[in-house]
Write a protein that binds this ligand. Sequence first.
Ligand code: HEC
Ligand code: HEC
Length: 378
Amino acid sequence: MIAPLLGLLACAGGDDTGAEASRWLLPLPDWLPEPAVPEDNPATPEGFAYGRHLFYDPALSGNGTQSCADCHEPARAFTDGEITPVGSTGDTIPRNGLALVNVAWNGTYTWPNPLLTTLEDQLLVPMFAEHPVELGMTGNLDAIRARLEAEPRYAELGAAAFPDADPFADENLVRALATFTRGLISSDSPYDRYQYGGDAVAMSGEARRGMSLFFAEKTECYHCHGGVNFSVSFVSAETTTLPEAFFNTGLYNVGGTGDYPAPNTGLYEFTGDPEDMGRFRTPTLRNIALTAPYMHDGSVATLDDVIEHYNRGGRLIEEGPNAGDGAENPYQHSLVRPMNLTDTEKAELRAFLESLTDETFLTNTDYADPWAEGDTAP
Ligand code: HEC
Ligand code: HEC
């Protein structure tokens, strides 16, 4: 079972009033709206427990060498610290790993893809993709099933999660992993305790001054990183339309033509529309201090460098194949422009971003490796 976090969480239980029953049966603080959940995959504690075991199990990869957690480590808010990770068979994945924090509310999944609107669809990529290979399950499903069937814990976990279906069928592996990922919820950072928990001293004065900057026209950050999840890419059970959330922040301007280096051209890769060059989905900033390096290709090393990028109104690359002034990129969003922050203001902005680090999330035993010695959770 999933223990309540510091009394903040209340279970959004089933609805027996005759209206549509809730498909969210995992813990949720009352200030977060219920996430949208596919009809055929209710978010149950049993699905979460099964998915958690699969997430940490290298048996799930084709050659038995890699688990989801190799690229998504809990202590780094489920990123891996790499610029770009390497899959189970040695392929380099062209983009920086994304944090798995409150992804239940993402409007779309991955940095550039506008078509992946559910976790179930997104997970087909790390599980089954062949170019590049991540877990490499394609062509190895029989061997993977045999490994899972040989592990006694899965018989019970799988039957509890899918009492009326084959728990080892690939679509049910996807469903359980989606439920686990959906249930990774951060809601107890100093900012959350200040903003939603009424704890006036949870944030330092410096972090509060940084918060004022973040939510002001001087920096414009909140226009794109707004809302409870610090991203306009936000959808809940009540939402009916997808928000506009892909932007070019002026990281590149290769050759002065506005280009981003291949293969990471952003939304353009999917639409072919020149206006979409360099537009990526706005990521959440929750636990951002732990997820370096930054941006879709991991090309920005530190939070200070990110702040410098925005303060300049775009990144200048002086030499090499990617040389160009991002501030002059014709497709850059107009809200990213020089802001002349003082050193004190930059430090305040960083302190605010650091106040989004949620120790409760990072150390939550319900999210940790169930195969580790001493673990007692189901
Ligand atoms: C080889 C490293 C690697 C492995 C293994 C891996 N991932 Fe990822 N994951 C990534 C990278 C890199 C991205 C960003 C991909 C992109 O933008 O195209 C990502 C993105 C995601 C996202 C999208 C998050 C968002 O905010 O859009 C989810 C969800 C996810 N991974 C879950 C998983 C799960 C579950 C597994 C195991 C089945 C897994 N990943 C295995 C590297 C990996
Ligand atoms: C026009 C919309 C927009 C504005 C304004 C904006 N951002 Fe961003 N932010 C983005 C997008 C889009 C990305 C991803 C860009 C990429 O990878 O190419 C991003 C990336 C980031 C990242 C890196 C996230 C990661 O996981 O690697 C940080 C940190 C960040 N922004 C902080 C800020 C701060 C602080 C401000 C205000 C000074 C700000 N942003 C203003 C849209 C915006």
